[in-house]
Write a protein that binds this ligand. Sequence first.
Ligand code: PGA
Length: 265
Amino acid sequence: MELIITSDYASMNRKAADTISATIKEKPNCVLGLATGSTPVGTYKELVKRNQQHQIDFSQVITFNLDEYIGIGIDLSKPYSQDQSYARFMHEQLFSHINIKRENIHMPDGTAENLEKHCSDYEQKIKQMKGIDLQLLGIGANGHIAFNEPGSSLASRTRIQPLDPKTLNDNYEKFYKKAGIKKEDMPHYAFTMGVGTILESRHALLLGSGKNKAKAVAEAIEGPVTSKITASALQLHPGQVTIILDQPAASELTWSLKLVRENLA
Ligand code: PGA
């Protein structure tokens, strides 16, 4: 596990974009797993800038998003509605600004008729593409990765998951409130890649920003592996794991910070 502590959010995003760019340069038709939420917004901005400056090329890149709310979703062939879908978020933050092919974008559809089949088909599609080369992840204040809420099996696969009250609250404050949507009207279930699915990515890249993530980050990196903090499963990831944090998110680490300080001394 490689741990990188950066001075602030902007440098965390530059480092994350460096890692993603390196993967694309090494394998132009790589499969990227993508995340939503407030954390990766700056990384996506950095990727858009680099793509527009012709430093990276998304023309052969294939993507799979981690999750989506149940009950909302958009038809990518139509103009976006003003919903809170992660599909719309991805198009606004990244896809509509880069030279990615629409057919190479895979997003779960929160309105799929047969959700169980949709989950197994999604896993199947990832397998057909020979797995995920680089999986970008955020971490929830409750330690979740994707929507693998506390208590999710560390071997779990892609499925429909009820949302934890903490997640509902955090996401309501960040996204739904400003859209004028009542809390009781926001979706309470989500489609999510499983922890087991995420552990099959060849390289996992976890980003953490802000003081409100510090406790979850410390538990995930230095605590025991537990389904209460599903990000802790990354300790068991058999491939490469890179964790990039800004200083506030790293502030509750103990021995890792000591090691960093000693090595800088
Ligand atoms: P955030 O969410 O990036 O909006 O903080 C991360 C997550 O819940 O996975």
